[in-house]
Write a protein that binds this ligand. Structure first.
Ligand code: HEM
Length: 183
């Protein structure tokens, strides 16, 4: 059962890490002090990288574990999974979206000179938000612990954190734009 517990624990911490990254990504554009922005950017990226490492652990442990039969083909044919196929489809789509968002994010510095990339990078980075939403959906559909009080508390906290960051971003953006204009 060790691998099964590892898989589930890694899944939970993956969701928390991507939530932290999402929250920081949402508040970052409203932060004006360069030093503060630098640290927020650093933690935003580190949380995403930690999330990817834990996501790999989650998927490898779920496949390697013998408690439920999940084969590596789940990554290309999740709907054919014998274990909670709908939840697997949602989880695999979350994985693809978050990997795409991470690749786009990682290429940003290197492709900064490309006008086309700069134009489309924000749109491509929306994959991170889609991936986060799918990840939360997957954990609500797949998890053994989904209805335990502690897991519900974690899921609700993740949803509340992203919702609060979204409201903060929407409210702060016009005020900041006005403040910049008057300087
Ligand atoms: C960003 C993507 C993902 C995140 C954040 C994530 C997170 C989670 C979470 C939080 C749980 C609940 C654990 C629990 O209740 O203790 C879970 C369960 C599970 N996940 Fe994922 N997961 C992701 C992708 C995947 C993928 C791609 C697979 C396919 C291999 C997968 C397979 C599973 C399985 C089989 C369970 C069920 C465990 C159980 O019944 O308790 N997950 N995942």
């Amino acid at each position: 059962m060790t691998l099964w517990y590892l898989a589930r624990a890694a899944g939970v911490v993956t969701m928390v890490m991507f939530t932290l990254s999402a929250v920081l990504g949402m508040v970052m554009p409203n932060v004006r002090r360069p030093e503060r922005r630098f640290w927020l950017q650093y933690v935003h990226r580190s949380a995403a990288v930690t999330g990817l490492v834990l996501l790999t652990t989650h998927v490898v442990a779920v496949i390697a574990d013998s408690y439920v039969a999940i084969s590596p083909t789940v990554l290309v044919r999740p709907f054919a999974s014998g274990y909670r196929p709908f939840a697997m489809v949602v989880g695999v789509l979350a994985l693809y979206s978050l990997v795409l968002a991470s690749l786009v994010g990682a290429s940003r510095g290197r492709l900064a000179s490309s006008a086309t990339f700069t134009k489309y990078w924000r749109k491509l980075h929306i994959a991170a938000s889609v991936g986060w939403l799918l990840a939360v959906g997957h954990s609500l559909l797949a998890g053994t612990d989904r209805s335990t009080p502690w897991m519900l508390a974690i899921t609700i906290s993740c949803l509340a954190a992203v919702a609060t960051a979204g409201v903060y971003r929407l409210n702060a953006a016009p005020k900041l734009t006005r403040a910049w204009r008057t300087q």
